[in-house]
Design a protein around this ligand. Structure first.
Ligand SMILES: [Zn+2]
Length: 240
């Protein structure tokens, strides 16, 4: 299974590769550590360096199966040897938020049978949409506290690959209401040790303690069953 570099090692902050294709300010690389905007996780930022020339990465998206990096100026050419450098502070915050979102989803699912209908990570706060019959703010705050208890236990976070058939045979594995992505035969499964396992293509921290502390921000009612919950993160003590 060919993995992109950001999935192979989400902690890689720098990487050397070659330019595969260029059109104006849009650059495709042979491999990349830049995460493209998808699945509720915003794209990475940083720079592509060729010799002493720096190109700022302003947007990263996935188009027709290829990851395209939009840079701030033209000039990169096919075949160029380049060094990639991530804005690590931004990425690490998003990794912590993404793992936190999985933890919150798992607890809401286990405690209340909630189904996740959407989520959006942001640098200041994360939003998760649930379908849940009863709306009880006190309960939601209680669930968030439970999440923090799990963080204290410092469960490990790992990934592995499973065939689509295997995943489909086990409906518990798929908490997203909309089901599995189309046309993918092999799925990357993200697991929070003993608590949650689901298909995922994002970048995550290695253990729950890195999340820090989850802080409830607010909860909104978005219709008969739709709930929207916002949380933010407090830094872990030994932030790397
Ligand atoms: Zn995810």
């Amino acid at each position: 299974m060919d993995e992109v570099e950001y999935l192979k090692d989400s902690y890689k902050k720098e990487f050397e590769t070659k330019v595969k294709k260029v059109k104006d300010k849009f650059v495709v690389l042979e491999n990349t550590i830049f995460y493209p905007n998808s699945g509720g996780q915003p794209h990475d930022e940083g720079k592509i360096i060729r010799d002493s020339d720096e190109f700022k990465v302003v947007y990263v998206g996935k188009f027709d199966g290829e990851i395209s990096h939009e840079v701030d100026k033209e000039g990169l050419k096919e075949g160029d040897e380049v060094k990639l450098v991530l804005d690590w502070e931004r990425r690490y915050k998003l990794m912590r938020s993404h793992t936190a979102a999985h933890l919150v989803s798992a607890i809401f699912h286990n405690e209340a049978g909630a189904k996740i209908t959407g989520n959006q990570l942001n640098l200041d706060k994360t939003r998760i949409d649930f379908s849940l019959d009863e709306f009880d703010k006190e309960k939601i705050i209680e669930y968030i506290e439970k999440c923090n208890e799990y963080i204290e236990k410092d469960l490990k976070v790992t990934d592995s690959y499973m065939s689509r058939e295997e995943v489909e045979k086990n409906p518990d594995l798929v908490k997203l209401a909309k089901g599995l992505p189309e046309g993918i035969k092999e799925l990357r499964m993200l697991e929070i040790e003993g608590l949650d396992k689901q298909p995922d293509g994002g970048t995550h921290v290695k253990s729950l303690k890195e999340i820090g502390k989850i802080v409830f921000v607010k909860a909104d009612n978005k219709g008969a069953k739709n709930r929207r919950v916002y949380f933010s993160l407090e830094d872990a003590n030994n932030n790397c």
